[in-house]
Design a binder for this molecule. Structure first.
Ligand code: CA
Length: 238
């Protein structure tokens, strides 16, 4: 189990049930898992979390996974496994030509995918894929998603895993309003999508930790009755 410690996986897929299943299974064998439900936030998440491997679905709401794979390859040689429902041989070739390291066809078992991930990671060992740690500045808050640490005025603050996930999803989608149900689905799961009171309580707890004045928040802004948005971050490369 310990061999997977500190290995980070980023899953870019909009099918939330599948993401949660994979998250649970990968976490149970010691991986750290991040997710994004569209191509744009997936690219942002890649920059912020410095994953060791990306699992990328071909069908995404904003862009197809093959195009995204090509974009990632322009800036990184991080291992990529493509998920697809397509079974035609030409699609497989397209996947490899776009720079993917492996390809798995839906439906597949978690065990099968974990085995593929381990094989791809073994193959890429020794190669230095690790991009420089990128920190995110939100006002006087400094966040390293890669190291899972948050600092306010250079003092480390402790977030619970749920608070951290909430901040992460707001940060990778900082250029738009995240709807209540969207955040609930991403952080808690599809069965929680109407629990707005639940989200409100967590946002309040998060604000008490990160905002200078939680009653007048500057980092996580409310869009009344609709959702929340994150202020524009600055990136800092260490
Ligand atoms: Ca999909």
């Amino acid at each position: 189990m310990s061999v997977n410690n500190n290995k980070k996986i980023l899953i870019i897929e909009d099918e939330q049930k599948l993401v949660r299943l994979l998250k649970t299974n990968f976490e149970s064998v010691g991986f750290e898992v991040y997710s994004a439900d569209n191509a744009k936030s997936g690219l942002a998440a890649m920059t912020l979390t410095s994953p060791d491997l990306i699992i990328l679905d071909v069908m995404l709401p904003d862009e197809d996974g093959i195009t995204l794979c090509r974009k990632i390859r322009e800036i990184s040689d991080i291992p990529i496994i493509i998920l697809t429902a397509k079974v035609r041989e030409s699609d497989k070739l397209l996947g490899f030509e776009s720079g993917a390291d492996d390809y798995i066809t839906k439906p597949f078992s978690s065990a099968e995918l974990i085995a593929r991930v381990k094989a791809v990671l073994r193959r890429s060992e020794g190669k230095n894929n690790t991009p420089k740690d990128t920190e995110l500045l939100l006002g006087n808050l400094r966040i390293s998603f890669a190291r899972r640490k948050v600092y306010k005025n250079d003092q480390e603050i402790k977030l619970t895993p749920t608070e951290f996930q909430l901040l992460y999803h707001l940060a990778i989608n900082h250029d738009r309003v995240m709807l209540h149900e969207e955040l609930l689905k991403l952080v808690w799961g599809p069965e929680y999508q109407s629990e707005v009171e639940y989200l409100r309580a967590y946002i309040w707890r998060l604000r008490r930790k990160i905002e200078d004045d939680p009653a007048h928040p500057q980092i996580i802004v409310s869009n009344l009755g609709i959702g929340y948005s994150c202020c524009t971050p600055n990136l800092l490369r260490s």
